[in-house]
Design a protein around this ligand. Structure first.
Ligand SMILES: Cc1ncc(C[n+]2csc(CCOP(=O)(O)OP(=O)(O)O)c2C)c(N)n1
Length: 346
């Protein structure tokens, strides 16, 4: 396989997985992270592959299951952890927590309003198009998010304006505890997206190297043609919908189903590929370094300060971003010459 840096890919997927595992361990009984957290155990492949193609000024916008995409952007793990502990050196100054996690320096944004970040990506992609920049936007939501009306307005507008965005649906079969088949007659979301006249494909995680190659083509398509593309990924979350606890007692899925997905874990598959290229000792050294940085983040978070109330008020973006918004807020692409409707006399 050409152009694949297995070391970098493994380091990223391992970092995402291990951050989840360590934070799950740390959550209780310490209870020092006081925000609800949607862990992405099992869903690490898409963000780690994306991280291999992202350019510095590309935008990445994610739903609530966001840690993988935060780390894919290259933003520091320590700042993310400090954010979960509500500390002033967190990526959002300690006031966002997990569900509204962002890191402006790395063009990473997430939000808890289901599907909201799809629509926001039309904004970032339009800004880049308007300013004649070559960046693209990557927007990620889940299968539950695909049931919101705003998704289809967003895709339609992106199609009409040729907005350079990779729209991704991480289809993990569940919206909280409801199975996709109880919620949709037609479960192929990529077909629905295709009906808006954009390129649309479906991927599975069976072979991470093929998955990598397909994403390479997706990035090339979006960058070269400056057009939107939709990708549906079949995936599975190993943990509960929210929080560190197991939710098997809810009986919405079986232990056997989870074990079946665990057997084809992409993290292990990529480690196996890598072990054919470099020694196990070398892999363990990388793993050790990553574990260390996560534990250091926790240590730092625990001894850092909570933000001062007055400082928190400075986060009101209206004050420091308003001038920029005013400048860009000129009608440019809407048909301003459209004639006003004049009724004929009766
Ligand atoms: C507009 C809106 N409606 C409902 C919710 C509550 N909610 C949070 S997560 C979720 C399920 C999301 O499922 P999916 O999009 O498949 O993502 P997953 O959690 O499976 O990753 C719901 C309904 C919300 N956050 N926003």
């Amino acid at each position: 396989m050409q152009n694949i840096n297995l070391v970098n890919l493994y380091k990223k997927i391992y970092q995402i997985r291990k951050t989840q595992e360590i934070l799950i361990e740390e959550y209780h009984p310490a209870d020092e992270m006081r925000c609800p957290i949607h862990f992405c155990l099992g869903q690490e492949l898409t963000p780690s592959v994306i991280s291999q193609f992202l350019k510095k000024d590309d935008n990445i916008l994610s739903h609530h299951r966001s840690h993988g995409y935060y780390l894919a952007s290259g933003a520091p793990v320590e700042e993310m952890i400090c954010e979960f502990y509500g500390k002033e050196n967190g990526s959002n100054g300690g006031v966002a927590g997990s569900q509204e996690l962002s890191n402006e320096k790395y063009n990473f944004y997430s939000g808890t309003i289901l599907s909201g970040m799809f629509a926001m990506a039309n904004g970032t992609a339009f800004a880049d198009q308007y300013l004649s920049k070559n960046n693209i936007s990557i927007a990620v939501i889940g299968d539950g998010g695909m049931e919101e009306g705003i998704v289809y307005e967003t895709i339609n507008l992106a199609a009409i304006l040729n907005l350079p965005t990779i729209f991704i649906c991480e289809n993990n079969l569940f919206s909280v505890h409801s199975h996709i088949k109880t919620r949709n007659k037609i479960t192929n979301f990529y077909k629905k997206a295709e009906s808006f006249g954009i390129k649309s494909i479906k991927l599975n995680q069976e072979n991470p190297l093929i998955f990598f190659q397909k994403f390479k083509n997706i990035f090339e398509y979006c960058k070269k043609n400056k057009k939107p593309i939709f990708v549906e990924v079949d995936t599975y979350r190993f943990g509960s919908h929210v929080g560190p606890e197991n939710d098997l007692h809810m009986n919405y899925r079986s232990d056997i189903e989870i074990k079946k997905w665990r057997k084809k874990d992409p993290v292990l598959k990529i480690r196996n590929f890598l072990s054919k290229k470099i020694t196990d000792l070398k892999i363990k050294k990388y793993e050790y370094e990553i574990n260390n940085s996560i534990y250091k983040g926790i240590e730092l978070a625990k001894k850092s300060n909570f933000p001062k109330f007055k400082k928190v008020l400075e986060n009101n973006f209206q004050k420091n971003k308003y001038k920029k918004l005013k400048k860009i807020n000129k009608p440019t692409f809407f048909d301003t010459k459209q004639n006003e409707t004049k009724l004929n006399p009766y």
